[in-house]
Ligand binder design. Structure first.
Ligand code: TXA
Ligand code: MG
Length: 339
């Protein structure tokens, strides 16, 4: 008795999956080095990977997923030693990494000052989510590429996470240089995300490793619903978001004396104390890549405020404007489940 009946055959994929042998892994690592995106299997779900140290590659990930928001991404590394070059580990993080890596557990830790990972991957935050996947193909790719790989689940925003190469081919085939085929994912559910930047470990997203197993190592986990920084009336998980210390003035068409200017495209605004242009040519992917680094650049005590030119409400402009609006109102906001 078949489990499914009358299922229409899926449209032919735009891209044939690649066998993850030595040549396939070498091609994938080369594509990542060239700033392209590569889909690869992990034990949880397939990831849409890009060079985590490249603002442009990370912006391309958001563009491919069509996410209306910049949520921070999980960055994949080959081992704990690689992770320790990017973030500050405390005793709890060390114990969790030893117990569960490689595996379906993601740790959110403070970025080191010299962390080379794109600020866009952290959505401008001072923290970074890291995990070591337990999958031979993912580990081979990380070893060959020898750099951290940012990878959300390889599905368009709003659709379910892919657990086979053909799922990815059918939905994101035109966004990736290649898809490494590692067969179906063993877990089929995303990793558990634990926040380690506050006083107590926080369960940010339930996933492949149960909360009970994590608690056997850490002791009781804080849940965002009951944690000290959660609004009691807010049922959802909370995600801190980046905001500059200086006020932002959106849709600026001129400069008030003392303001710095975050511009977009060609313009005739004069008189700014300092200026960064998100994209002189008006390209939204370039603008997304520059957004958080430029906001930080302009966020200096000598500037009274940051005037921000209008950014079009299309494509990645939606996510850019969402972040700009949130940055004018620096409180934690409900975190929608990442699709
Ligand atoms: O299983 C997985 O985790 C898959 C595979 C491909 O590894 N990846 C995945 O990545 O689901 P992504 O980027 O879709 O999930 C990111 C999750 C979100 O819930 C996000 O809010 C949280 O991690 N996250 C990432 N960085 C964070 C940060 N700095 N602070 C708080 N939460 C963070
Ligand atoms: Mg996802």
């Amino acid at each position: 008795m078949p489990l499914c009946r009358n299922i229409a055959s899926s449209p032919s994929p735009l891209i044939a999956p690649t066998t993850p042998d030595e040549a396939g892994i070498a091609r994938a690592a080369k594509a990542l080095k060239a700033g392209q995106l590569v889909a690869f299997p992990t034990e949880t779900v397939y990831g849409l990977g890009g060079d985590a140290t490249s603002d442009t590659a990370v912006a391309a990930i958001f563009k491919a997923k069509g996410r209306p928001r910049f949520n921070p991404l999980i960055v994949h590394v080959a081992d704990k030693e690689a992770a320790e070059t990017l973030v500050d580990f405390d005793e709890c993080a060390r114990k969790l990494a030893e117990a569960f890596w490689p595996g379906a557990l993601t740790l959110v830790l403070p970025r080191r000052n010299d962390c080379p990972v794109s600020l866009l991957a952290s959505a401008g935050l001072h923290s970074l989510a890291l995990r070591v996947p337990a999958h031979g193909v993912a580990l081979d790719l990380l070893a060959e590429f020898a750099r951290p790989v940012a990878a959300p689940s390889a599905n368009p925003s709003g659709t379910i996470s892919p657990t086979t190469a053909s799922h990815v081919a059918a939905s994101l085939g035109d966004a990736v240089a290649l898809i490494l085929d590692g067969g179906p994912c063993a877990i089929g559910l995303e990793s558990t995300v634990i926040g380690l930047t506050g006083d107590a470990p926080l369960l940010l997203r339930p996933g492949g490793v149960t909360a009970e197993k994590v608690e056997a190592v850490t002791g009781p986990l804080d849940h965002p619903e009951t944690g000290s920084d959660a609004a009691p009336s807010s049922p959802g998980r909370l995600l801190q978001h980046y905001a500059p210390a200086r006020p932002l003035r959106l849709n600026a068409e001129d400069i008030i004396p003392g303001e710095a200017l975050l511009s977009f495209g060609p313009h005739a605004i004069t008189g700014a104390a300092a200026e960064c242009n998100l994209s002189p040519g008006g390209d939204l992917t370039e603008a997304a890549a520059n957004l958080f680094a430029m906001l930080r650049e302009l966020d200096r005590p000598v500037h009274k405020a940051i005037a921000v030119m209008a950014v079009p409400e299309t494509g990645l402009g939606l996510a850019i404007n969402d972040r700009l609006r949130r940055a004018t109102n620096p409180v934690a906001t409900p975190q929608e489940p990442t699709p």
